[in-house]
Design a protein around this ligand. Structure first.
Ligand SMILES: [Zn+2]
Length: 471
């Protein structure tokens, strides 16, 4: 027999925020669904470690669910599933809605790039009997986290004759891995005294790749030549080909369950492939949405959404012009109206409270791991600088939508007001005049080679995007 609630307890339930763990709010069947959903997510993370691999995997999943290239699609038939792909690094997936396009679109935008180390254009050298690669880091990393760690090399090379080859070394259990050496503690007395930012410089992130000399006494750099020789025999590659290559170093190995209770996922690149995957799953299942539903997967968020594949490019405007043309009019006024009357979710991760570093968070406004997907009004830094500050009206809309759909959500700021900050693609979507807010799971160890997400939050992100795309 349960105990009667007191008057105050009842009143608190009516008036206060629900601060229960999302796990406690699910029944046994729903928990099973959470675990099953995250199996697919782990597969995606294991397979999609670069922006190109993520787009390829997304389009393959979409193809299997009946999505067709927009090129072959003529009229605005509700329920039509389509995609557009750009440079192998951006994709837009859509389902045509029942309402006319000028009623606006519902768009979920996530990014598929992640912090990593890129090879420099002239990476290969020999020193101290070792062949080495020079790297240039991409995105916001703590450099020390990337040393003494098994790394895999992923990417493409355009050979001198224009042929494109794909390279992936370090993922199969039989593959070799590569690693950045670190100084032994015995000789690190001076290094250990330095502030972290100075202890590791970008140009110290050099990769150890070979030690076998080429068998010829006449050659000076024998180990470097042996590596070149091997790459040529394997891929037809010569040294100049590195200049027309995008070779990325990422932590080797698959995404794993994390925790003795398997409640979490430990993997590289969850920022922001957790949102890319959950948004993708939400649109793949969509049948006949009210408004035309779109999922945008972009590149280059980690370096400011720049370039022709980032959120600041004209790709979205071009894609919406293509849609508007099929719906009747692609003139600038029609397209601008469609965009301005749209709603968007900037699907990106935020920080979860790390109990070891409590001091950098506002404990009353930070997200917790396992308390559901996080809805954030703004990001930015200091006095909301560079933030898209979503309107009260739009926050109210999303809140009602999530509550009606039974989505378990929380709110959260990245950290203390002056502790630092960060941005997302929200402000670049807002540029079109549409309403947009940030929404995604919270992570521990964001931008580290192994990021931690709670499975229940991953699932709630999927449910939130699903509810939004259907509305
Ligand atoms: Zn992100």
């Amino acid at each position: 027999m349960s105990k009667e609630s007191s008057q105050g307890q009842k009143r608190l339930k009516e008036l206060g925020l629900n601060e229960k763990s999302a796990w406690e709010r699910l029944d046994a069947r729903e928990k099973e669904r959470v675990f099953a959903f995250c199996e697919g997510y782990k597969d995606f993370l294991t397979r999609a470690k670069t922006e190109r691999e993520a787009i390829e995997a997304a389009l393959e999943l979409a193809g299997r669910r009946g999505f067709k290239s927009l090129d072959g699609i003529k009229g605005p038939e509700p329920g039509t599933k389509f995609y557009l792909e750009w440079r192998g690094k951006v994709a837009l997936l859509g389902v045509w809605g029942q309402a006319p396009l000028e009623k606006g679109l519902h768009l979920v935008g996530a990014h598929v790039d992640a912090p990593r180390l890129d090879l420099k254009p002239q990476p290969l050298y020999e020193e101290a009997g070792l062949a080495m690669f020079k790297t240039h880091y991409y995105g916001g990393i703590k450099k020390y986290q990337w040393t003494a760690l098994p790394l895999a090399l992923h990417g493409v090379v355009i050979l001198h004759d224009g042929r494109k080859i794909n390279i992936k070394i370090g993922e199969d259990p039989g593959d070799p891995v590569l690693a950045i050496s670190d100084l032994l503690p015995h000789l690190a007395k001076d290094q250990m005294k330095k502030p972290l930012e100075e202890a590791f410089s970008g140009d110290d992130l050099n990769l150890v790749i070979g030690n076998l000399p080429y068998a010829d006494e006449e050659v000076k750099e024998k180990v470097k030549l042996a590596i070149l020789d091997q790459l040529h025999r394997q891929y037809g590659l010569v040294e100049e080909d590195f200049i027309s290559a995008e070779l990325e170093l990422v932590p080797a190995g698959p995404a794993r369950d994390l925790g003795l209770d398997r409640s979490m996922i430990g993997a590289y690149g969850q920022d922001d492939r957790v949102c890319a995957y959950t948004a993708l799953q939400a649109i793949l299942e969509l049948e006949r949405p009210e408004r035309t539903a779109l999922v945008l997967l972009v590149d280059k968020e980690e370096i400011g959404s720049t370039g022709n594949t980032g959120a600041q490019s004209r790709f979205l405007a071009l894609a919406v012009t293509e849609l508007a043309g099929r719906a009747g009019s692609a003139d600038i006024l029609s397209v601008s109206r469609v965009l301005a009357s749209s709603r968007a979710i900037s699907a990106d991760v935020t920080a979860a409270l790390d109990p070891t570093y409590e001091g950098v968070y506002d404990k009353r406004n930070v997200a917790l791991l396992g308390r559901g997907v996080v809805l954030s009004k703004y990001s930015g830094s200091r006095g909301k600088y560079e933030a898209n500050d979503a309107s009260a009206e739009f926050m109210g809309y999303l809140r009602r939508l999530f509550n009606a759909a039974g989505v378990i959500w929380q709110t959260g700021e990245l950290g203390k007001v002056d502790a630092g900050g960060g941005g997302t693609i929200a402000k670049y979507l807002a540029y079109f005049g549409l309403d947009v807010a940030d929404c995604g799971p919270a992570l521990l160890s964001m931008h580290a080679p192994l990021e931690i997400a709670s499975k229940v939050d991953v699932y709630q992100a999927y449910r939130a995007y699903s509810a939004f795309l259907k509305a």
